[in-house]
Design a protein around this ligand. Structure first.
Ligand code: ZN
Length: 517
């Protein structure tokens, strides 16, 4: 129902808007790594072990890669000197000078032509602008691109680090594949028809133009997202506006875009290694220690869906199956994937596409061979698990709901624009609980999930104030009991939409008990 502004949708937009106003009055610096001013060079050092690596990360060094005891980091001259004083022997890594990659302008032109040539399945959206005023363009590929449909929304992001351009190139090739094969190739057509797929090829256009990891203010964008638990402890759904204060404009734009679109699945493309890295990057544990999320099995599964089609990645000698937990590799504070998972309920991984940050452009064709199937397979993973609509039983309006799974302590949220949720789950039997403030929560038990397309479970929720007297109390319980007993009750007592039964008594009792807690 696009165009209608129900109270729930207004609630979400208000929370995002409040944060935008606060940004204008920002002052404190983010708790993640601060900006690096002046010249920055890539250096390599050898560490004695995990403790030394952890000390580097905690000390604010911008570690960008780890292979065994060899650590790559981006350092200012002062930091290089400091490393020497700490007993290291930093060796400079020659800067990448490949210039034959596409420029920001040529990438933007390609996006504009794509949208102009395929208006039936493309929309171009400006998310914001970089420090130097370059627009951040994302392109949406889906059937009915102007409608909020009951479809999972997913995103692919490239060039968050401006000197890692392989991701932007792969994103553009994926876009080209989707547009040229739509209507021809069954698999591509099905993906576009059932998914809202967003692509942001360049998150850091200033860095792309200057071949810099950083934005124009010296911020590493993948160290500039809100940090749990320092910057937030609760998700947007629980009424906590996003912490945008003092964050780089590129990060603010991506945060707002993420929250406005209720993304289910996401991948963030980098280069400099060859691996799929899944959350957590930082759960308070030392670098080198596994920090699994409650969805660890799911993350391993979807990471392998990517790596298994990429032969060199799959055959990695450093990472079994070409995947790794982020923290088990090295800790990243203020990274994008942890924030997506913890705050927005979006499953995001970080994909390193090439051991060289900027390989010779002549190998891009071979890299696309390695990644095309992987990019399609990973996108298709948003369709596993349980999906459905959560609506108001009385009005049919879509609801912004929290969807909990018994045994996996991590909720996801419906998209309030259509009321649809997509809880990615591996095969098994699950109980899901649907929670909306002011409504009777419902639990649906024994949902069998297979390995194919998601099971559909639509849920209608009712408000518990049966007699509309402004209180949820024993009087409401009595009315439901009376209705179950067959007495004439002048109110709707069918809370779950399955007829007036003992289940409704249980639901109203639960609602009253919740209020008392
Ligand atoms: Zn990177």
């Amino acid at each position: 129902m696009p165009g209608l502004d129900g109270p729930v949708r207004i609630r979400r937009r208000a929370m995002i808007a409040i944060a935008c106003i606060l940004v204008l009055a920002a002052s404190p610096v983010p708790s993640a790594a601060g900006p690096r001013s002046g010249p920055v060079q890539v250096v390599e050092i050898t560490v004695s072990g995990p403790q030394a690596l952890d000390a580097l990360v905690r000390g604010g060094y911008d570690v960008s890669g780890v292979r065994g005891t060899r650590v790559t980091l981006y350092a200012t001259p002062e930091e290089v000197e400091q490393l020497r004083q700490e007993g290291y022997a930093p060796v400079a890594v020659p800067p990448a000078v490949e210039k034959a990659y596409q420029s920001y302008d040529s990438l933007v032109q390609a996006l504009q032509s794509a949208a102009a040539d395929h208006p039936e399945i493309c929309r171009l959206k400006k998310l914001g602008a970089s420090v130097m005023g370059r627009d951040l363009w994302a392109i949406l590929v889906t059937d009915n691109p102007d409608a909020e449909e009951d479809e999972p929304e997913i995103k692919y992001i490239g060039a968050m680090h401006g000197d890692e351009t392989v991701g932007a190139e792969m994103c553009m090739r994926l876009l080209d594949l989707l547009l040229t094969e739509y209507g021809n190739d069954g698999r591509v057509t099905a993906l576009v028809n059932t998914t809202a797929l967003w692509i942001l090829p360049v998150m850091n256009p200033d860095g792309l133009e200057t071949v810099s990891r950083y934005n124009a203010d010296g911020f590493d964008l993948n160290r500039s997202f809100p940090v749990y638990p320092d910057d937030f402890t609760e998700p947007l759904f629980h009424g906590v506006p996003p912490d945008l204060a003092s964050r780089p404009p590129e990060v603010v734009a991506v945060i707002q875009w993420t929250l406005e679109n209720s993304f289910v699945l996401s991948a963030n493309f980098h280069s400099g290694d060859l691996v799929v890295n899944y959350p957590y990057d930082d759960d308070g544990k030392p670098s080198g220690v596994d920090a699994p999320t409650p969805d660890d099995a799911l993350f391993k599964n979807i990471s392998r869906r990517y790596s298994i089609h990429n032969e060199p990645m799959w055959n990695s000698t450093q990472f079994p199956d070409g995947i790794t937990n982020g923290s088990a590799w090295y800790t990243v504070r203020g990274g994008m994937q942890d924030w997506n998972y913890r705050y927005a309920g979006c499953n995001e991984v970080t994909i390193e596409l090439s051991t060289t940050k900027r390989p010779a452009p002549t190998v891009l064709d071979a890299l696309w061979e390695d990644n095309s199937q992987s990019m399609l397979s990973y996108a298709e993973a948003c369709h596993i698990g349980v999906r459905g609509l959560v609506t108001d039983k009385a009005t049919g309006e879509p609801l912004w709901a929290e969807v909990r799974v018994t045994g996996i302590d991590h909720p996801v949220y419906t998209d309030p624009d259509a009321g649809d949720y997509h809880r990615m789950l591996l095969p098994g039997r699950y109980a899901l609980k649907y929670v909306v403030p002011g409504y009777v929560a419902r639990t649906v038990k024994d949902i069998a999930v297979g390995s194919g397309q998601a099971r559909r479970v639509d849920v209608k929720l009712a408000q518990p104030d049966i007699n509309r007297d402004g209180k949820v109390d024993a009087a409401d319980v009595q009315l439901v009991i009376n209705a179950v007993l067959g007495l004439d009750v002048p109110y709707d007592c069918d809370l779950d939409g399955g007829g007036v039964t003992a289940t409704d008594v249980q639901l109203i009792v639960n609602a009253v008990l919740d209020k008392l807690q």
